[in-house]
Write a protein that binds this ligand. Structure first.
Ligand code: IPM
Ligand code: MG
Length: 359
């Protein structure tokens, strides 16, 4: 039976990088006879323009019916002035929440060819391979009450609620430990339990979950120290597991270690392994429309989709090998370009990956 992939290009550079990723997906679809059916949908600013809301009913229905979702990036200054609950980001958060995509996998892998593009010294980052497992449907991103209110003295006050229930911590914990079993057998749980009660509970529950995985070493780190360690000695980590907001911040920092956030894919999984796949980077309004964005994060997200949701590991490996091959050829988009390499456009980079796949 054919499998349905919902493609949501999104905003600004979203459609540019998605065009290349879809060409790659169609290439492996044919070559590995995957029987995938692609459907296009609107999310974020593109959906606001067409339907007045960032997550239209139609998109949500297609997302529920799909086996996997491939997303470009949403948001940008064009929608800065829309009401808060209608912002493009709300569409993304709404989709994560509605589909219960609680497990966000953000690998930070340094391709040896890009060691010079990292902002850190090569010896600190060469061979880097860490996996950030970010809780994605809870924490301060979704906690109620939230809002901006006016106090009796006329002053405005903004407030959010940082809340995690035991079951939410437990399920992301299990995911992190299971993933660690397929890698270096080490989990570092990141919290702020010296200050925040919610993460005191986080640490306790991680300890309990850890007892079920005696073959995996569990350690804990405060988030401020984790941020420092990520730029000091990132190779000490294997799997990092943390809540929604800390994960948002740490994954951007980890991304930069690899040379460019334009290289990093991500997966957001539900409890059955169904998922949404997207680059870690945003919609990059500053470079949109110029054909210079790096499509590799989205192309590598296709590989993650094939591996984690579509059970097509050979196709995933073929894409990863093709990406490595184009880097070997010295092809670089502007974000990773340096001396002795060849500057290429979004389109040329996509075409080179397709050519490597067909070689
Ligand atoms: C990310 C992004 C999103 C987030 C934004 C666009 C809502 O920064 O996926 O990391 O904060 O989760
Ligand atoms: Mg982010």
């Amino acid at each position: 039976m054919s499998k349905k992939i919902l493609v949501l290009p999104g905003d600004y550079i979203g459609p540019e990088i998605m065009t290349e990723a879809v060409t790659v997906l169609e290439t492996v679809n044919r070559r590995f006879a995957l029987d995938l059916e692609l459907e296009l949908g609107l999310l974020g600013g593109a959906a606001i323009d067409a339907h007045g809301v960032p997550l239209p009913e139609e998109t949500l229905a297609s997302a529920r019916a799909a086996d996997a979702i491939l997303l470009g990036a949403v948001g940008g200054p064009k929608w800065d002035n829309v009401e808060r609950h209608l912002r493009p980001e709300r569409g993304l958060l709404g989709l994560r929440s509605a589909l219960e995509l609680f497990g966000n996998l953000r690998p930070a892998i340094l391709y040896p060819q890009l060691a010079a593009a990292s902002s850190l010294k090569p010896e600190i980052v060469s061979g880097l391979d860490i996996l950030i497992v970010r809780e994605l449907t809870g924490g301060i991103y979704f906690g109620e009450p939230r809002g901006i209110r006016t106090l009796d003295n006329g002053e405005r006050q903004g407030f959010n609620t940082y809340v995690y229930s035991e079951s939410e911590i437990r399920r992301i914990g299990h995911l992190a430990f299971q993933l660690a079993r397929q890698r270096g057998h080490r989990v570092c749980s990141v919290d702020k339990s010296n200050v925040l009660e919610v993460t005191v509970l986080w640490r306790e529950v991680m300890e309990e979950v850890g007892k079920e995985y005696p073959d995996v070493a569990l350690s804990h780190m405060y988030v401020d120290n984790a941020a420092m360690q990520l730029v000091r000695a990132p190779k000490q980590f294997d799997v990092l597991v943390t809540g929604n907001m800390f994960g948002d911040i740490l994954s951007d920092a980890a991304a930069m270690l690899t040379g460019s956030i334009g290289m990093l894919p991500s997966a957001s999984l539900d409890k059955n392994g169904r998922g949404m796949y997207e680059p870690c980077h945003g919609s990059a309004p500053d470079i949109a429309g110029q054909g210079v964005a790096n499509p590799l994060a989205t192309i590598l997200s296709v590989a993650m989709m094939l591996r984690y949701t579509l059970a097509a590991p050979e196709a995933a490996a073929a894409i990863e090998a093709a990406v490595s091959a184009v880097l070997d050829q010295g092809l670089r988009t502007a974000d990773i370009h340096g001396d002795g390499t060849t500057l290429v456009s979004t389109r040329e980079m996509g075409a080179a990956v397709v050519a490597a796949l067909q070689a």
